[in-house]
Structures are given as structure tokens and as C-alpha cells.
Write a protein of this length. Structure first.
Length: 131
């Protein structure tokens, strides 16, 4: 049962990240109209995401080395889900940029910290892994 829950958690993490990452770019025209901004200004949504990724990669990696990876994975999933929901509820362009920046920082907890390939042998018996 423990293995099924962990497998589901790993699947959920990848699903949420993929949904957030790949849905924003196709929505830029809609967001441009919704926030009444120019097309070039809407590109900042993607730029803030990239900026948060760059800054987060430098800061979160060393932080995660000294803390429990399972705790970081679960808290990262919760923070990322909340920040992504806040992006959807953002009623102003500036709030969207802020929540997008926060969402990518939480996403880095999910991507940089656990490195799923490194976690599988830790949580699963070696004879249960596919080769």
C-alpha cells in the first residue's frame, strides 16, 4: 500500500507540473485580453516564470541538501498547487506575475530536490523497479 501511495504521489507531482508548465503559453492570448495588456507585456508571464526558475535553482538546491526530501516533496506539492490556484484566481496582471514567480519556486522544490530517479531506489525495493 505504501508503494502505491508513493507512486501516486510521484504521478501527481509530474501531472501538476506538466499542467502548469504547458498550459500558460497557449493561454497568453486569453490572458492578454483578460488583463487588457499588450501582447509583448503578456510575455512577462513567461519571463517571470523563467526568472523564478533561475533564482530558485541557485537557492533551493543547497537548501534541500540539508532537509528531509520527503517533507520537501510534499510541502513543495502543496505550495505549488496553492500558487498555481492563485494564478488562476489572480484578478490583476501584477498579481499574476507574483503568483507565477511563487509557483515556479515551489515547482523547483518538486523538480530539483527529489530527482525522482534518485528517489525510487530509496523508497522502493530494488526487485520492484523495472529495468
Amino acid at each position: 500500500m505504501k508503494y502505491r501511495r508513493l507512486s501516486f504521489l510521484f504521478f501527481l507531482v509530474m501531472f501538476v507540473i506538466g499542467t502548469d508548465t504547458f498550459l500558460v503559453s497557449p493561454l497568453l492570448p486569453t490572458l492578454t485580453k483578460n488583463y487588457a495588456i499588450s501582447t509583448s507585456l503578456s510575455g512577462l508571464i513567461v519571463s517571470f516564470y523563467a526568472l523564478g526558475y533561475m533564482i530558485g535553482a541557485i537557492t533551493i538546491g543547497p537548501f534541500s541538501d540539508n532537509h528531509d526530501r520527503k517533507l520537501i516533496l510534499v510541502s513543495g506539492l502543496v505550495c505549488f498547487s496553492l500558487a498555481t490556484a492563485a494564478c488562476g484566481l489572480a484578478n490583476s496582471f501584477s498579481l499574476m506575475l507574483i503568483t507565477r514567480f511563487i509557483a515556479v519556486r515551489a515547482q523547483l522544490l518538486l523538480l530539483l530536490v527529489p530527482k525522482f530517479g534518485l528517489l525510487f531506489p530509496k523508497f522502493f525495493l530494488k526487485n520492484r523497479l523495472l529495468k
